[in-house]
Design a protein. Structure first.
Length: 114
């Protein structure tokens, strides 16, 4: 339960960060199957951005970005193709990752086009 709360707080931080950066949030927690959920779908100008958010309380056990495994990335791609089939108006897209560490200070790392 604690991990879910940490994850949700990280997603809220990431959402506010992206909005401050000029992104328009279209959807959050878009679920395609039991294995595929995209945390944030947003528009960056005319580019559709599928954003994976990883949050950790501290970086003692490594960067949150290390939690994006090959399997997770493959599942994200499956979800993207399903989303694009439902929304064919979008031609440009990319996958971003937002890593958030909560302690000792909140840090945000945004990697574009992973």
């Amino acid at each position: 339960m604690i991990n879910k709360a940490v994850g949700k707080s990280g997603e809220e931080i990431a959402k506010k960060y992206l909005e401050r950066e000029g992104y328009k949030i279209l959807e959050t927690n878009k679920r395609f199957s039991r294995f595929c959920e995209i945390d944030i779908i947003a528009l960056d100008k005319k580019t559709l951005v599928f954003c994976e958010v990883k949050t950790r309380r501290t970086d003692v056990c490594g960067s949150p970005l290390e939690a994006i495994t090959k399997t997770k990335y493959t599942n994200i791609k499956k979800g993207i193709f399903l989303y694009l089939q439902e929304n064919p108006q979008y031609k440009n897209f990319r996958i971003d990752a937002v890593a958030i560490t909560l302690k000792p200070n909140v840090t945000i790392k945004h990697l574009k086009n992973i």
